[in-house]
Design a protein around this ligand. Sequence first.
Ligand SMILES: Cc1cc2nc3c(=O)[nH]c(=O)nc-3n(C[C@H](O)[C@H](O)[C@H](O)COP(=O)(O)OP(=O)(O)OC[C@H]3O[C@@H](n4cnc5c(N)ncnc54)[C@H](O)[C@@H]3O)c2cc1C
Ligand SMILES: *[C@@H]1O[C@H](CO)[C@@H](O)[C@H](O)[C@H]1NC(C)=O
Ligand SMILES: *[C@@H]1O[C@H](CO)[C@@H](O)[C@H](O)[C@H]1NC(C)=O
Ligand SMILES: *[C@@H]1O[C@H](CO)[C@@H](O)[C@H](O)[C@H]1NC(C)=O
Length: 526
Amino acid sequence: MAIHDILFCQWTGIASGIYLFLAAWQWLCKYPPPWMNKMESLGQPRAQRKLPGTAVVCGGSVAGIVTARICADHFERVVIIDPEIQDSEKPKTRIAQYNAVHIFLSLFVDGVWKLWPNLEAEVEAAGSRTCLADYQVHYSGLPLLVPFREYVPGHFPCSIAIRRSTLQAVLYRLLFRYPTASNITVMPGTVRALHASEDGTSIQTVVVRGLDGTTSSVHDAAMVADCTGATQAGVKWLEAAGFALPAGIRQSYDANLRYVTVCFNVHPALAAKLPIPEAVMQMAVLYTFVPHGDAESSTIAIMKTDNDTMLLLIGSTGHGDLPHRAPEIIPFIAEFKGYSRKIPSWVIETIDALCEHGNPVFNNLKMNAQSYVRYDRAPLGSVPSNFVALGDATMQLNPTHGQGCTKAMMNATTLNYLLHKTESGPTGLPADFSARFFKNSATDTQALWDSTRLHDYGLESCTPIEGETKEKGRLLRWFERKVLSAATKDEEVASALWHIRHMRAADRSLFAPTVLWKVLLTRSIF
Ligand SMILES: Cc1cc2nc3c(=O)[nH]c(=O)nc-3n(C[C@H](O)[C@H](O)[C@H](O)COP(=O)(O)OP(=O)(O)OC[C@H]3O[C@@H](n4cnc5c(N)ncnc54)[C@H](O)[C@@H]3O)c2cc1C
Ligand SMILES: *[C@@H]1O[C@H](CO)[C@@H](O)[C@H](O)[C@H]1NC(C)=O
Ligand SMILES: *[C@@H]1O[C@H](CO)[C@@H](O)[C@H](O)[C@H]1NC(C)=O
Ligand SMILES: *[C@@H]1O[C@H](CO)[C@@H](O)[C@H](O)[C@H]1NC(C)=O
C-alpha cells in the first residue's frame, strides 16, 4: 500500500471516530429529560387495589388541587384542607400573587389536560381560550426566535391566556366535576399540627382548626402532602412533631423583585380600537420586553386574558418606584434606557388607550425572597416516610420566568410515578417513600434553582444565599448572554433555549455540539 493510502485509511478512521463521538454527544444532549416520560402515566388510574387510608392534602391551591386529583387515583380516600377552599368563586386572600400576571407554561397545560380531558370546555366556559405558548419575548427589545417550524401546524404546544384567579376556579371545578372526585372530601380549615405514629417513622394524625375555631383530626393518614405554598408550613410542623430536620434545611436568597399588575376592562368598543397586530392575538402574551443585565429598564408584558380583561405587568429589581397610578405608566416606560431596540409604537399606543379607557385596577406587590427547602438533602429517617411537599411548599422561584405552576405539576408527576410503582400492602407506604420522592427529581431539576438563582446573582440588588457570593455563576451569565444573543438570529439555538425555558428540555441541550459551537462563536450583543 502506498504511503498516502495508509494515511488516508488512518484519517478516515479518526474522522469516523470523531464523527461517532460527536453524534453520541449530540444524542445525549438532545435526549428528552426524564420528567417528560414520567408524564405519560399522569391521570392513569391505578391498576392495583387502592392504597389503604387517607391521603391528606394540606393546601388547596394549584399544587393542592393537582395533588388531590392524583391521590384520588391511588388512595382509598383523599382529604383536602384549606381555609379558603370552599367557595371557589370567592377571591383568595392568602395567596399574595392571586391577582398577579401569570403565564402558564405548556408543560403545565399538558399536565392539566392529561388529568382532566375536559380542560378546554371548562376553560371556554370560564370565558377564556387556549392559545399558542408563545410569549413574544423581546430581550432588550430584540425578538427571540420561536420554534414554530419544528411543529406540524396545529400541534405547537398550548398555553391558556387567563387570570390566575379564573384559572384557580377552573381547576377547582375540574377537580370536583371529575368522577374520581367522589372520594375526595373538603375540610375548610387550617392544618395546625402533625402527629407521628407510635414508632416515630411516619405521620399518623393531622390536626385541623376549622373555620369556626373548633379542632378536629384525621387519624388514618396514609400520606401527608404539604401544599401550603409560600408558608412552607411543613418545616414547622415536622419540627414540632419531633423530627430532627438538619440545620439550614431552608436555603434562600432575595432577588429583591417588585411587581405591578394592572388589570384593564376591555369592552368590545375599546378592543376594536386597539392597534394590536392580528398575528399576535393568538399568542399567550402579546408583547414582552425583558431588559438585559445592566440596562435601566423594567420588564413589561401585556396579555389578553379571560372575560374581556387585559393585564399589564411591570416588574423590576432593586430601587426606584414602580407606577401606582395610570398616568405614571407611559412616562415610566418612556424613561427606559440602554435597550437594543425600542418598544414598538403599537404597544405604547395600546397601553396608553387602556390606561385612559380601560378602567385600570392596580396590584402592587413586594415579593418574598426565593427559597428552597432541601428535604432532598435530609438524612433518611429525619423526614417521615409518608410526608411529601409539592409546589411552592418546597421551592419558590423568581416568578419572572413563569415556572411556578409547572414546577408544582412536575412534583405531582413525580408523586404519581412513584405511587404507580408502589405496591398496595397493608402496611402503608414503604419506609423510603419520602426520601425517594424528594431525591427522585432533585438531581434532574436542580438546574431550575441553579439557573434562575445564578442569573439573579448578576442583579445589583440581589442578596445571595448565606455563604455564597454573587461572583458565583459568572461563567454561566457570560454563557447566557451569548445564548440570548444567538437566539435572536439562529433558529437552532433559539429552539434549544425555548424548550428549556418551557421546561420541555434539559439544560444540557445547549451543550449539543451543533448548538454549542454556534453559541461560542456568537459575540454577545448584551
Ligand atoms: C408575582 C408572582 C408572579 C408569578 N407568576 C407566575 C407565572 O407567571 N407562572 C407560574 O406558573 N407561576 C407564577 N408564580 C408562582 C405561582 O404563583 C406559584 O408557584 C403557585 O401559586 C404555587 O402554588 P401552590 O399551590 O404551591 O401555593 P399557593 O398558590 O401559594 O397556595 C397555598 C395554599 O395553601 C393554603 N395554606 C397555607 N397554609 C395552610 C395551612 N396551614 N393549612 C391549610 N392550608 C394552608 C393557602 O390558603 C393557599 O390556598 C408567580 C408568583 C408570584 C409571587
Ligand atoms: C367570564 O365569562 C363567563 C362566560 O361568559 C362567565 O360564566 C363567568 O362568570 C365570567 N367569569 C368572570 C370571572 O368574570
Ligand atoms: C371510593 O371509595 C370506595 C371505598 O373505598 C370505593 O369502593 C370506590 O370505588 C371509590 N370510588 C372511586 C371513584 O374511586
Ligand atoms: C419539584 O420540582 C422542582 C422543579 O422541577 C424540582 O427542582 C424539585 O426537586 C421537585 N421537588 C420534588 C420534591 O419533586
